[in-house]
Design a protein around this ligand. Structure first.
Ligand code: ARG
Ligand code: ZN
Length: 871
């Protein structure tokens, strides 16, 4: 079945009130739903009531106190034709669920003995029959009953209103959420968990009780998350004027979760990977992710919950906007320049391949077979870039005014992208219809820019094109805000007296046509062009720029992103020419300036260490593959990249060794951006030093001396990847497992490192690790750590030329799909760029995909990804 945006129509009925009574038992939980149902004003005369279900068993039904009214019930739907003539009536439904048998982790399930729910997008229909769509908002009153011993803790959305004992060792709790919400925001948690408590006073003086619930004994590991939560609450008040709106805010960490976390009203549920951290178990990246995801889910309280989506095509309305908000939060908490570079790296690594392959779709898709497959980098990350462009176009003040109007006008509603764009049109008086194409047209736009300078006039010939994508062969010209600077030979910005050919405001060129001939008059000298500063638009850029200009920008651009980009372009260019040498069997040669510049940037104390670390990190093998674009040979990329890495290392041996010593941190650990930046730089340098003589000993020493997880995994990764099979590597792997065997989240790093060790033997390693006692094929974190990183992060291992890894992976997908279709479908996106491989691998990848498509018992989720990939 295909769902289409243009087919939207409002429901015939509304459910203003929902009372749930849930009696918990591991394999026979009963749910009594008392639904107050109303005919939608102005709707048809007497339409049937059709409620959604998914695998449900109806035990009892009562309509206006009449037992067993005429109805048709299947696991997938409940239909009532004869309804009371009154406008409002009550329907009581009793269903029975088996939480222990729920391995899809959608609806109500048990994770590690804890009952929990995941309802977005369509999981509520696995709990009771309902109008399970985001535009049906209901006030929920929830009563939970459970044995006291198994579940002393009973949580749901909203505020706690009653609790007590029931005899027989059972007890109950009741929760009331005054804010009408869609069913996907419903949540329930019950179990025996430890609590970290705190409180927050909002800007209007409301006291909010905060609780983070984790496994007993792990309360201390939630301290960083709690701190991040309080900072998020303050930030949303200060930056967006948004205040929290309930008496309690709870977060629960569970160990089996399909995604990162979920913003259920007043009761966020998290993958424990994004809650639990201290320096001995979590890396600096983990800390940064926790901060960002805690913020993200909290920010959803306004962008997502108070204002929700009319239908799932509008998913980016809440996700793109909320990612933008969490990006801004992290930028304010950490280093804005460094954060922006990291965001762009993520966008290019995850979203560009999506946009450039068979799974391309607009930020707001127009059709889907399985909505779960649209929680993508395009909806989230590109969606965030679109909001950022809006801010660039309107300016900070107008953007804020638009957001204020959005909250004022749409509070309590289920909205569309049109509603969102309209508030900005209304406050600014601008026409945003061309800009709106960013939501509706897929593909990464490309700008080709030809600069020339003569007698005080700089001419830029700009051409835009959007490549064809599935079901969109012809594209319209987009509005691309291109931030730029003209830099003089002294490193200062050059002025101009007059400009023609396009509108240029506040350092931004507004490209709106397919081609522009832009002339800047009165420019004192031939400028060096700094383009797409701050990555103002999510595009690819082709500019003829001399290496000298790039070297100059890499040393002088005042915009940190553009400065980083200049050096990254130099690195990419030399990697691609090295790749061509490898494939053509000619000797590798690298320009010595690159190594010198890397050395200079690494040692430049005027730059933040975190920036320096990013600058001297080589583009990944996947980055290089993406930039080459077609006929990819992953083994040749590996050789080229390793060649450049060795070249930079050998050319900077002494200074790098000195820097490595200097950056040693003896003080107490702090997860803040400054500490993380120093560790990042030191570990990138370690990666280079590990490539030269004595490297294994150096990494071995760091491994033994490490007092935090960041330094520990950096050393372990270096040993396992650059000195695989060495005594140091073997000893370190064994030591790590002995130390962290009881901490699954730490063992994920151990799985990851081994799954990404380059070379074709990685397949055997992965096979063997699947039998390790710490591995579980039912736990999404374990599966992603081993199979996800193998397929997504091991170019030479996964893409081995004989196709053995593809075949193995296809078998694993079919197996996982039997239990958890969301997980198998997500993993299957590892094949999304198969057409850009060289012909032999392409053929093998196609076979693997075809073997899945040809199987009979494949889920809709997995089939959708596989069939679109093959199309
Ligand atoms: N709304 C959640 C978030 O971004 C994602 C949950 C999606 N879950 C799912 N099973 N598809 O914050
Ligand atoms: Zn979200």
């Amino acid at each position: 079945q295909v769902f289409r945006l243009e087919d939207y129509r409002p429901s015939d009925y509304l459910i203003p009130q929902t009372r749930l009574t849930v009696r918990l038992a591991p394999d026979a939980t009963t749910v009594v739903a008392e639904l107050t149902i109303e005919r939608r004003p102005g709707g048809d005369a007497a339409p049937p009531l059709v409620l959604d279900g998914d695998g449900l068993k109806l035990k009892r039904i009562e309509l206006e106190s009449v037992a067993q009214p005429a109805h048709e019930a299947t696991p997938e739907r409940l239909v009532l034709n004869d309804l009371p003539a009154t406008d409002r009536f009550t329907l009581i439904l009793e269903t029975e669920l088996d939480p222990d048998d729920n391995k899809a982790l959608m609806g109500l399930y048990r994770s590690n003995g804890v009952y929990c729910t995941q309802c977005e997008p369509e999981g509520f229909r696995r709990i009771t029959y309902f109008l399970d769509r985001p535009d049906v908002l209901s006030v929920y009153h929830v009563r939970i009953e459970a044995p006291h011993a198994a579940a002393p803790l009973l949580l749901s959305n909203g505020n706690p209103v009653a609790s007590g004992e029931l005899g027989n060792g059972w007890h109950f709790a009741e929760w009331h959420d005054p804010h009408p919400k869609p069913s996907y925001l419903f949540a329930l948690v019950a179990g025996d968990l430890g609590r970290l408590g705190d409180s927050f006073t909002t800007m209007s003086g409301r006291e909010v009780e905060l609780g983070i619930y984790v496994e007993h004994g792990k309360e201390k590991l939630a301290a960083y998350a709690m701190d991040a939560l309080k900072r998020s609450m303050t930030w949303d008040e200060e930056v967006f004027g948004r205040e929290y709106d309930l008496d309690v805010f709870n977060i629960v960490a569970v160990s089996d979760f399909n995604m990162g976390a979920m913003e259920n009203k007043g009761l966020n549920i998290f993958n424990d990977k994004y809650v639990l951290a201290d320096e001995t178990t979590a890396t600096d990246t983990d800390f940064a992710n926790i901060e960002a995801i805690i913020a993200h889910e909290y920010f959803h309280n306004w962008t997502g919950n108070r204002i929700t989506c009319r239908d799932w095509f509008q998913l980016c309305l809440k996700e793109g906007l909320t990612v933008y908000r969490d990006h801004e939060f992290s930028a304010d908490q950490r280093s804005r320049g460094v954060k922006r570079i990291a965001e762009v790296r993520t966008l290019r690594a995850l979203q560009f391949p999506e946009d450039q392959g068979p799974l391309a779709h607009p930020v707001r898709p127009r059709r889907y077979r399985e909505i779960n497959n649209f929680y993508t980098a395009t909806v989230y990350e590109k969606g965030s870039e679109v909001v950022r462009m809006l801010r660039t176009i309107l300016g900070a003040a107008m953007f804020r005014a638009g957001m204020d109007l959005y909250f004022e006008r749409h509070d309590g509603q289920a909205c569309t992208i049109e509603d969102f764009l309209k508030v900005f049109e209304d406050v600014s008086g601008r026409d945003l219809s061309q800009f709106g194409l960013w939501y509706n047209q897929s593909g990464t736009p490309n700008l080709t820019i030809k600069p020339s300078y003569e007698a005080g006039t700089l001419t830029l010939e700009i051409e835009q094109s959007v490549p064809p994508t599935p079901s969109e062969s012809r594209k319209r010209a987009m509005h691309i805000p291109l931030a730029f600077g003209l830099i003089g030979s002294d490193g200062k910005e050059l002025e101009w007296t007059e400009v023609e050919g396009a509108s240029v405001e506040d350092g931004v060129i507004h490209v709106r046509k397919r081609s522009h001939k832009l002339r800047f008059h009165g420019v004192a000298e031939r400028p060096i062009l700094s383009l797409n500063r701050g990555f103002s638009a999510p595009i690819t850029l082709a500019v003829e720029q001399k290496p000298e200009d790039l070297i100059f920008l890499a040393g002088h651009d005042s915009d940190p992103f553009a400065r980083w980009q200049a050096f990254n372009t130099l690195l990419t260019d030399s990697l691609i020419s090295a790749y061509r040498c490898v494939r053509g069997d000619t000797r590798l040669r690298f320009p010595s300036q690159i190594a010198q510049l890397a050395g200079r940037i690494a040692a430049d104390a005027s730059l933040e260490p975190a920036y320096r670390a990013l600058a001297i990190t080589l583009p990944s093998e996947t980055d290089i593959a993406r930039d080459i674009g077609k006929d990819i040979d992953p083994d040749a990329i590996f050789v080229a990249r390793r060649g450049l890495s060795d070249f930079i290392a050998r050319s900077n041996h002494e200074p790098f060794a000195e820097l490595y010593r200097e950056l040693r941190d003896d003080g107490p650990f702090s997860p803040d951006a400054a500490g993380a930046g120093r560790r990042a730089l030191r570990n990138v340098v370690l990666g280079y030093l590990a490539r030269i003589e004595g490297g294994a000993d150096l990494a071995g020493t760091q491994f033994s001396a490490a007092t935090n997880m960041t330094d520990l995994v950096a050393a372990l990764g270096t040993l396992a990847h650059d000195h695989a099979g060495s005594p140091q590597a073997e000893a370190a792997l064994a030591d790590f497992a002995a130390r962290h065997g009881a901490m699954p989240l730490a063992m994920d790093k151990w799985f990851q490192i081994q799954a990404t060790a380059p070379g074709e033997q990685a397949l055997d390693t992965v096979r063997a690790l699947m039998r390790h006692p710490a591995f579980s094929a039912d736990n999404p974190n374990r599966v992603r750590a081993l199979l996800g990183t193998f397929s997504g992060g091991n170019q030479t291992g996964f893409h081995r030329a004989d196709g053995a890894a593809y075949a193995f992976f296809a078998e694993m997908l079919k197996d996982i799909d039997q239990r958890n279709p969301q997980l198998s479908a997500r993993l299957a996106t590892a094949f999304r760029s198969w057409r850009s491989l060289e012909p032999v691998r392409q053929q093998k990848a196609r076979q693997a995909l075809a073997s899945i498509a040809g199987a009979s018992d494949v889920s809709v989720d997995l089939r959708d990804i596989v069939e679109r990939s093959l199309a």
